[in-house]
Design a protein around this ligand. Structure first.
Ligand code: PGA
Length: 260
């Protein structure tokens, strides 16, 4: 099976709800004929509004979820609530959350289980800090994250699990891994899935790169065989910039007749 590219806009805690619909709609219109699957992940407060824009290639994602199904968890949002709003994806394990909430990493395994049970697709984030990369330990670090966070998973559901490799030192810094460094890490991750869960799940799983992806650097990443898309922060707040990133992963360069 050929992997369909996936490009995700992670808006983080940016954009007011009153501006969100317009930006999401612009992204949807621009990416319509790209052949790439596009996900917009706004703050929770915007999800209901944006969910009406969904179609086959354009989905809405949340940036986090609670591990429990229901209960006395003030401030929590459950996977079933997201499903009820037609949210199809959840970003889990983003380094900004792991850093701000030190216990976050302890709950990721349960959050993955909750999402899979509810039928939500996961965009699972992993990546090493700068010192680890400099010390030459990036591969061990990332594979240990996978071991720990997927420890409760008995079989890999490749249509629901997507991985985003995001070196922490590249997020929001303007620095990026080289396309070769990213490709190597993606291959390591793919090989890890293959060893744990088999070759087919591994071959069918989309692995995205994230960390200062922009229109000016995306082509090199898109050209790599194991880079199946991007998780985009800052550049996703500008529709035409984001569209250039989507286009880089597109194999459809000609628009249907009559469309300009
Ligand atoms: P960035 O963020 O593109 O602004 O570096 C990526 C991310 O955190 O997902």
């Amino acid at each position: 099976m050929k992997r369909k590219s996936l490009v995700v806009a992670n808006w983080k805690m940016n954009i007011l709800p009153s501006k969100a619909y317009e930006l999401a709609n612009e992204i949807k219109v621009l990416s319509r004929y790209s052949g790439v699957e596009v996900v917009v992940a706004p703050p929770y407060t915007h999800l209901a509004l944006l969910s009406e824009l969904r179609d086959q290639n354009f989905s809405i994602g949340a940036q986090n979820v609670h591990f429990a199904r229901f209960g006395a968890y003030t401030g929590g949002i459950s996977a079933e609530m997201l499903v009820d709003l037609k949210v199809e994806f959840v970003i889990l394990g983003h380094s900004e959350r792991r850093e701000a909430y030190p216990s976050e990493s302890d709950f990721i395994a349960d959050k993955i289980g909750t999402c899979l049970n509810a039928g939500i697709k996961v965009i699972y984030c992993c990546g090493e800090p700068e010192k680890v990369r400099k010390d030459g330990d990036a591969e061990n670090y990332v594979l240990s994250q996978l071991e720990y966070d997927f420890r409760k998973l008995t079989h890999w559901q490749e249509r629901q699990l997507n991985i985003a490799y995001e070196p922490i030192w590249a997020i929001g810094t303007g620095l990026t891994a080289t396309a070769e460094q990213a490709q190597q890490m993606h291959l390591n991750i793919r090989n890890w899935i293959s060893r744990q869960y088999g070759i087919n799940p591994s071959e069918n799983t989309r692995i995205l790169y994230g960390g200062s992806v922009k229109s000016t650097n995306v082509l090199a990443f898109a050209a790599m065989p194991d880079i199946d898309g991007a998780l985009v922060g800052g550049a996703s707040l500008d529709a035409s910039e984001f569209n250039s990133i989507v286009s880089a992963f597109s194999e459809v360069f000609e628009l249907p007749k009559g469309i300009k």
